[in-house]
Write a protein that binds this ligand. Structure first.
Ligand code: GLN
Length: 527
């Protein structure tokens, strides 16, 4: 039977609860425990796939093709556990299941209610995750006090009663603001949010205090006193330069030891592998600058996995990667000149497309390392058709359904869809790499698996013309003969992929395309 750690939050959202949860999981893994992680999201969307990145940040895609919360990306980057569609439970999914069952007549005449039917469904979805794991970490999205979060908090309260207090730990993440005018850290919001939590029957075991700085002892004492939590369980989580420092700061305050003791596990002190990652980030003597040309650049979380994957590519090359955020709708060419490489990430909709095309032309003509991901790869093909093949009106049918040259087009199976949610080409697909290409040289494998999230594909009727003009199709999904990777023959590094390589990149296992891209940027910088 598994043990459970429930992570809830108060005071503010966006406190980095996901990173904290993932960090704790990684420390438990380092102790030799098997961990699983769940994210509970109280909103009514069945999954975040239909939400704008402005609302929600990036949509993270799992191996099995689920569109999930970006915190699952942190879970995979920090641990060895592979996420599936069962690791993200939204209120929408819970209600959908219950209402579907009600329509089938499964409740035999009962009045269907939030308690017990919704809470029972939440509990049963949570417990599906425990088989084969020593500890399941369950992160509840939102903050304590939100109306829609209540059934989730009630469900985990019930679970802890059923499992027993020695098998469950509640961690409450709060914010301790620093008031500049008086030079003080204030504990009142934390006190209030713990009060709120206790009012619904949950006494936290650990308080994780986010703050601009480390908490002095006096503040920790005060929080312990007012929240009825052991002094050693008030943990300081200050702002840090890199998220990969979080496990270390928690370990230094012995949170791993506290958890082991609570569950009755033998505690082994090990040197954390995060020490090396943080060291290589902090001691990097050189840097490269990557221009990220996107539409959602005002909310950095929209490109979370891309930025992390760039960092991983940097770690592998011993350099720091500085991202230059370029708003595709409004930028000067000089912004691209400053960069050592250009990255055009995935995206949907027409806004910013012309600016992205302009950046790709620049990268192609100037011989600057250029990386196109998903929409970025599709636009590489549009740009090539227009400016190299001279097909001036070439486009993706996503942006111009009547273009005379639909170099990017829908597959037949995608043409008459009635529904938007969950109907793209999603999740892991195999890709065969072609001998003698850069892609093959980079991955050093014949067959790779990468994750997808898109509707449109390269239109194979243009393949010959592209090849004659110097575009190489270096990765193919053989079963359906779909183009997965394109590269320019006569360019140092101009590569586009239809999949999202960023989703599988980890600090200890960086994605090869990102490693190679950063290496090319480094080379272009030193030239
Ligand atoms: N909008 C494009 C498509 O649906 C690209 C999607 C993406 O970049 N993830 O095919």
């Amino acid at each position: 039977m598994s043990n459970y750690i429930f992570v809830v939050g108060g005071v503010l959202s966006s406190l980095g609860k996901g990173v904290a949860t993932a960090s704790i999981a990684s420390l438990l893994e380092e102790m030799g425990l098997r961990v699983n992680l769940l994210k509970l999201d109280p909103y009514l969307n069945v999954d975040p796939g239909t939400m704008s990145p402005y609302q929600h940040g990036e949509v993270y895609v799992t191996e099995d093709g689920a569109e999930t919360d970006l915190d699952l990306g942190h879970y995979e980057r920090f641990t060895h556990t592979t996420m599936t569609r069962d690791n993200n439970i939204t209120a929408g999914k819970v209600y959908y299941n219950v209402i579907t069952r009600e329509r089938e007549g499964a409740y035999l005449g009962a009045t269907v209610q939030v308690i017990p039917h919704i809470t029972d469904e939440i509990k049963s979805l949570i417990r599906k995750a425990e088989k084969g794991y020593d500890v399941v970490l369950v992160e509840v999205g939102g903050t304590v006090g939100d109306i829609e979060g209540l059934p989730f908090l009630e469900a985990i309260r019930q679970l802890s009663m059923e499992l027993g207090r020695n098998r469950t730990i509640f961690i409450h993440t709060t914010y301790v603001p620093y008031v500049k005018t008086t030079g003080e850290l204030k504990t009142k919001p934390t006190q209030h949010s713990v009060k709120e939590l206790r009012a619904i029957g949950i006494q936290p075991d650990v308080i994780l205090c986010r703050a601009e700085m480390e908490l002095p002892d006096g503040i920790k004492d005060k929080i312990a006193l007012f929240t009825n939590v052991d002094r050693s369980a008030v943990i300081s989580a200050p702002d840090l330069e890199y998220i990969y420092e979080v496990p270390l700061i928690l370990k230094r305050q012995k949170l791993d030891r506290l958890i082991a003791k609570h569950f009755g596990f033998e505690f082994k002190e090990v040197r954390s592998k995060w020490e090396d990652i943080v060291k290589s980030l902090k001691e990097a003597k050189r840097n490269v600058r990557v221009a990220l040309v996107g539409k959602y650049t005002s909310l950095k979380d929209s490109y979370r996995s891309v930025v992390e994957a760039l960092t991983h590519g940097g770690i592998a090359n011993g350099v720091r990667v500085d991202v230059l955020w370029i708003n595709a709708e409004d930028y000067e060419e000089s912004a691209l000149e400053e960069a050592d490489g250009i990255l055009v990430p995935g995206g949907f909709g027409e806004r910013g497309v012309e600016g992205k095309l302009r950046a790709l032309t620049y990268g192609r003509v100037k011989g600057k390392p250029t990386f196109g991901i998903c929409l970025g790869m599709q636009l590489m093909c549009v740009e090539f058709a227009r400016n190299v093949l001279g097909l001036h009106d070439a486009n993706s049918t996503e942006f111009d359904p009547r273009t005379p040259h639909p170099v990017i087009d829908l597959m037949e199976s995608q043409k008459n869809l009635q529904r938007m949610g969950g109907t793209m080409r999603l999740g892991s697909y195999p890709c065969m790499l072609v001998e003698g290409t850069k892609a093959k040289d980079i991955y050093k494998q014949d067959k790779i698996y990468e994750r997808h999230r898109h509707r449109y594909e390269f239109n194979n009727s243009y393949r010959k013309a592209f090849e004659r003009a110097g575009m190489v199709f270096s990765g193919i999904y053989a079963e359906m003969d779909l183009v997965e990777i394109v590269e320019l023959r006569d360019h140092p590094w101009y590569i586009g992929c239809q999949f999202h390589p960023e989703f599988k990149s980890k600090p200890f296992d960086p994605n090869p395309l990102f490693v190679s891209f950063i290496k090319a940027c480094l080379y272009s910088r030193s030239r």
